[in-house]
Design a protein around this ligand. Structure first.
Ligand code: BES
Ligand code: MG
Ligand code: ZN
Length: 461
């Protein structure tokens, strides 16, 4: 399936996008026939509603799509996407009602609404097409939609078909597509190459742990993306209860998001040197599982006391972040479904992120708004550093007390990059719990599009 807008000039039915305030005025300017039809309908311009208008022969001639009110528009991201199922099959163009600033976002929402996860069952759906609106870069919108589809597919695939090896294959597939280089360190080789914590977390699974290392581009600033690739998180010996384990196929959501972001960077040819690091493991239960109170020595040399084997994400990320830092990039970004605390703090809709760089934060906040990919800055609150310091090792992977769980996890990760590194960490949920316009229930891209759009500004491209 191609995920694309129709070329400008394609024969299409016009759409008039009308807010609740605009319907009567618009109808008043039409022929008697159209005015009568609109007045006889229940169409009031509300979001999620549409009205087909026929020509004299009864064929669809145009469509009205509701644009609600400024207040109701703020309650979701994509307005046209909300009404797509109400349109007759066919190709449409936006004739009026959406200002230039929102055309890209609405076009993207249109494409995103066409997603379905078809790996195990076909979901045939007749989906209307949209002609590229004037001023919209059709390639850019396609690339963003492809990225999001990739991320969703990876997360939606259950752990039975998305273990460390399959995540590696997905990364290899993406690398092939963009002629990127890729190397993978697997199993006991992780010990030889000094990635002890990735090995320790993953060793209890008979699906070998690994570190995926992809790089692309030979000019421009260096950016390294690090994504949590825990393909299933049972919690390890600190086993999660069934209710908390139910969704843990999505614990590679950080990896899926950095791959989506990597696709956007490579497909649009941003002039930068990209590296993607994914520690891919399964956190399983076996006689060789790591245990509470084990003390691990990390790649960086810092020792970590394990107080909960379920706080595994920060361990595998720590070794990958240390490697990222060794490459002295201009920016390091980590993305991970790291803590339940993040979800409690901001819910599934906002992507919470941490950075010490106010310039990066400003670029990101602005881009997030433009891209309909909301983010929320959280603090690297130094007074909480003491919480991650236990008695007999440098660091504690799971501070007691349950305070500020997302912040303490972020502080833990920051210990593994160098102090001078420019670092952004996202603690995402990676999952859409119930369907919203353009966003079906399931795996979700979060923060990656905002990052993509912020990069030119952030990195002076
Ligand atoms: N993968 C989970 C975090 C998670 C849970 C993300 C639910 C999204 C939804 C992570 O590995 C984890 O289990 N974290 C623990 C850490 C705790 C033991 C310090 C958590 O957040 O409860
Ligand atoms: Mg866990
Ligand atoms: Zn996890």
């Amino acid at each position: 399936m191609t995920i694309a807008l129709a070329p400008a000039g394609t024969k299409a039915l016009p759409i008039h996008v009308l807010g609740t305030e605009d319907v009567a005025l618009w109808a008043g300017q039409q022929s008697d026939r159209i005015r009568t039809w609109v007045e006889a309908s229940t169409f009031k311009g509300n979001i999620g509603t549409a009205l087909m208008i026929p020509d004299d022969a009864g064929h669809p001639a145009m469509a009205l799509v509701g644009y609600g009110t400024p207040a109701s528009r703020k309650r979701d991201r994509f307005t046209l996407a909300a009404a797509l199922s109400k349109l007759a099959p066919g190709t449409y163009r936006i004739e009026s009602g959406i200002d230039a600033d929102h055309l890209e976002q609405e076009s993207l929402g249109w494409l995103l609404a066409s997603y379905s996860f078809n790996r195990y069952k076909d979901h045939p759906k007749e989906h209307p097409s949209l002609v590229t609106p004037e001023g919209v870069d059709a390639d850019r919108v396609s690339i963003m939609a492809e990225a999001e589809f990739l991320t969703r597919d990876l997360i939606n695939t259950p752990a039975s078909d998305m273990g460390p090896a399959e995540l590696e294959s997905a990364a290899r597939g993406l690398a092939d597509k963009h002629k990127a280089k890729i190397t993978v360190i697997t199993g006991d080789a992780l010990l030889k190459e000094n990635f002890p914590m990735i090995h320790t977390v993953g060793r209890a699974s008979d699906r070998a742990p690994r570190l995926i290392d992809m790089s692309w581009g030979n000019r421009g600033p260096k950016i390294t993306l690090v994504g949590k690739g825990v393909c299933f998180d049972t919690g390890g010996l600190n086993l999660k209860p069934g209710s908390s384990m139910g969704l843990m196929k999505k614990d590679m959501g950080g990896a899926a998001n950095v791959l989506g972001l990597a696709h956007m960077i490579m497909a649009s040819g941003l002039e930068m040197r990209l590296r993607v690091l994914i520690p891919a493991v399964e956190n399983s239960v076996s006689s060789n599982s790591f245990r509470p109170q084990d003390i691990l020595t990390s790649r960086k040399g810092l020792t970590v006391e394990i107080n909960n084997t379920d706080a595994e994400g920060r361990l595998v990320l720590a070794d990958a972040l240390a490697l990222a830092s060794e490459g002295e990039p201009n920016l390091i970004v980590s993305m991970a479904t790291l803590t339940g605390a993040a979800r409690v703090a901001v819910g599934p809709d906002l992507a919470p992120y941490y950075t010490d760089d106010d310039v990066a934060a400003t670029s990101l906040d602005l881009a997030a708004r433009r891209m309909a990919d909301p983010v929320w800055r959280m603090p690297f609150h130094e007074p909480y550093e003491a919480m991650i310091e236990p008695g007999i090792a440098d660091l504690d992977n799971a501070p007691k007390g349950g305070f500020a769980g997302s912040i303490t996890a972020a502080l833990f990760l920051r210990r593994f990059v160098n102090a001078q590194d420019r670092y952004i960490h996202f603690d995402i949920y990676g999952w859409q719990p119930s369907a919203a316009p353009g966003r079906p229930k399931g795996g979700a891209l979060q923060g990656a599009r905002a990052l993509f759009a912020a990069l030119p500004d952030m990195m002076d491209l």
